[in-house]
Design a protein around this ligand. Sequence first.
Ligand SMILES: Nc1ncnc2c1ncn2[C@@H]1O[C@H](COP(=O)(O)OP(=O)(O)OP(=O)(O)O)[C@@H](O)[C@H]1O
Ligand SMILES: [Mg+2]
Length: 267
Amino acid sequence: MTDKDKTPKPTTPAAEYDKLLEMRGIYKSFGHVHVLKGIDFHVNKEEIVALVGDNGAGKSTLIKTITGVHKPNKGDIFFKGKKITIHSVNQSRSLGIETVYQERALADQQSMWRNIFAGREITNRFGIIDVKTQRKETERLLRESMGFTSKAITVDSQVVFLSGGEKQGIAIGRALFFNADLIILDEPTMGLSLSETKKVLDFTRKIKEHGKSAIFISHNFYHIYPAADRFVILDRGKIAGDVKKTDISQEELVLKMENLAKTGIFE
Ligand SMILES: Nc1ncnc2c1ncn2[C@@H]1O[C@H](COP(=O)(O)OP(=O)(O)OP(=O)(O)O)[C@@H](O)[C@H]1O
Ligand SMILES: [Mg+2]
């Protein structure tokens, strides 16, 4: 077996489907609190969709119904053209859906190569972790896929020494390595400085360069606008707007969001 053979295969071959992810009529309540009220939402192939909306609008809840954390009360989810029911985070991962959170993205005290393969180690035929291949693949991922150029960062570097933006980059790189088709970024730039944010936005662009898609959640329009192809606006559990970047300027988007907060209408 060559090293190349050990690289995980794409989850599906170039399949024929129109939308990568499609959600139809999604409802989710917690007790008497109706959080999602009939959401229609989709992500196309090679598309970065920004999911925006006020605190408590239901953004995280919506993505948690995709990642198997919450089961919707009603509605259908289609992934790569097939209707799916997601029961667990592991199941959504194996379908090709990965989430990158601001917190808990990586284990700080561990090396880069251990983090990349945590929980999905490459093992030899005796079931023992193949350290050499993991280090080599991590090196390749860092330099070739993610474009890490700093000599100070090696596969053996402890993650604790990375900046916030670089950590997000590693988490995105890991998702790409395992051939996630849809990478969900829930507030990946929260609490980061401008230069660190720029790194995360650069890594987000890599997702598209690799032919994959992403859902990007953030409150900051100056972060989302350059990164996204389309903006989906969630307001109190309903879709208030869905607009392509080619149809709206950053200034217009900000104005319409301000108007939404005042009048409840995205216009
Ligand atoms: N497990 C839960 N149990 C009860 N209520 C919940 C639960 N999860 C979320 N909610 C409620 O659902 C609503 C939407 O929460 P959600 O986290 O989806 O919002 P959000 O759009 O991600 O907000 P933010 O921008 O602040 O992250 C909130 O009112 C929240 O209190
Ligand atoms: Mg949230």
